[in-house]
Design a binder for this molecule. Structure first.
Ligand code: FE2
Length: 400
């Protein structure tokens, strides 16, 4: 059982070892996003498109960056129409804007949706095709053209989209989320600027932070994990366990914000190389069907998937507990693994994250399981395979 899936995952893993995953040059610290814009100006660009969402634009988050560009006599076009879970239509609108404005550089400012939207727009534009033709792993697609010079400024600490080869886009009509996976979508340079994250409300800090934790944990438990991704995932996990609750309760804590931004980026660097797992595979379906925010769905699903996976990854979970100072000295590996899962539950509870998905309906289980298996099997190096019965039992626990 699952032999074909394991073989496909192994091939992807081998390809991941051979292929080059670009790592963007990163500016880090308060004011880093302004340093990045100064560097972009220094490249001699003449026409810059800024891609962001209406809310951030209204809040004036990008005003200082736009002022810097204006002061340098650079022509600017601002596409501030990005919505959560950008759909194909929005991507096509963005492509039209790029075609008309003809920028020589594009800066995405915002959360995962803005950066993913920009990635999809740029790859669609470069290859002159509908975004639906770009979904899936690039290994299975035709050779693609490079995107325009692209830079990213994340304003949340979560998705790691600033460093990953993936962009999530939605087919809104079919209520399905798809991933476009292609190294050509990785920005050339990024800025992790905690100043831009100080104003994030707790209800955004919590799920985005849990998304980053899910990336770290799922990449650490992946059968494709490497020494490099292990190191990144361990550091990210320990840092998120220590800093997420602080950033949640004290949003103005610059140090906690910066550490969360760096940890989310490290988790992004890990999972972009070895993939995620069932938590994401299920969460994506809850997002597509019911519009449950991605990080929230991950946070709710994660303890259940870890409990199911534990028999095949007790040692790895125990290692994550040890590095995060969780559990008693001298405790067994099994007890440490349990303590790690219990800490995730406590973190959720402390941040008012519910234990169930209020929109979930039993009649959708079949659809959710089909789609989650289609996403995970043959793609993710999950430590323990779910059967349909296991998946049904897991979903039962998420019912309100
Ligand atoms: Fe995620």
């Amino acid at each position: 059982m699952h032999i074909l899936s394991r073989i496909k995952v192994k091939i992807l893993g081998l390809a991941g070892h051979v292929l080059n995953f670009p790592k963007p040059f990163s500016f880090v610290g308060p004011g880093a996003s302004l340093s990045l814009v100064r560097e972009i100006i220094g490249l001699g660009v003449k026409r810059v498109m800024v891609i962001t969402d209406a809310q951030l634009f209204k809040l004036g988050i990008v005003d200082p960056h736009i002022q810097l560009l204006k002061d340098a006599q650079i022509e600017i076009d601002i596409f501030n129409e990005i919505e959560p879970d950008p759909g194909f239509e929005l991507v096509l609108e963005g492509v039209e804007r790029v075609k008309n404005f003809k920028p020589d550089a594009v800066i995405a400012v915002g959360g995962g949706s803005s950066i993913d939207g920009a990635k999809a727009i740029l790859l669609s534009h470069a290859n002159d095709c509908h975004p639906s033709k770009l979904t899936g792993v690039w290994l299975y697609s035709w050779p693609r053209k490079h995107c325009l010079p692209f830079f990213a400024i994340p304003t949340t600490a979560g998705t790691g989209a600033e460093v990953t080869i993936a962009a999530v886009v939605s087919d809104k009509a079919a209520q399905i989320k798809y991933a476009i996976i292609d190294p050509k979508t990785v920005p050339a340079m990024v800025a992790l600027d905690p100043n831009l994250m100080l104003g994030l409300p707790p209800f955004i800090t919590a799920p985005t932070g849990m998304d980053a934790l899910t990336h770290a944990v799922e990449s650490y438990l992946s059968t494709l994990a490497t020494e490099e991704t292990d190191e990144l995932a361990r550091m990210a996990t320990a840092s998120i366990i220590r800093n997420l609750a602080v950033a949640y309760t004290d949003g103005q804590n610059l140090e906690a914000r910066e550490r969360m931004a760096v940890a989310a980026c490290m988790a992004g660097l890990a999972f972009t190389r070895v993939g995620v797992g069932y938590v994401h595979a299920i969460a994506h379906q809850l997002g597509g069907l019911y519009h449950v925010p991605h990080g929230l769905a991950n946070a709710i699903v994660m303890p259940h998937v870890l409990e199911f996976s534990k028999p095949n990854c007790t040692h790895r979970l125990a290692e994550l507990a040890r590095i995060s100072d969780i559990g008693e000295n001298g405790a067994t590996e099994s007890a440490l693994a349990d303590a790690f899962i219990a800490r995730i539950r406590k973190l959720n509870a402390d941040m008012q994250i519910p234990e169930t998905i209020k929109e979930l309906k039993r009649e959708d289980f079949g659809k959710i399981i089909d789609r989650a298996f289609a996403e995970a099997h043959g793609t993710y190096g999950v430590p323990r395979y779910l059967s349909r019965e296991d998946a049904t039992a897991l979903l039962e626990k998420l019912l309100p």
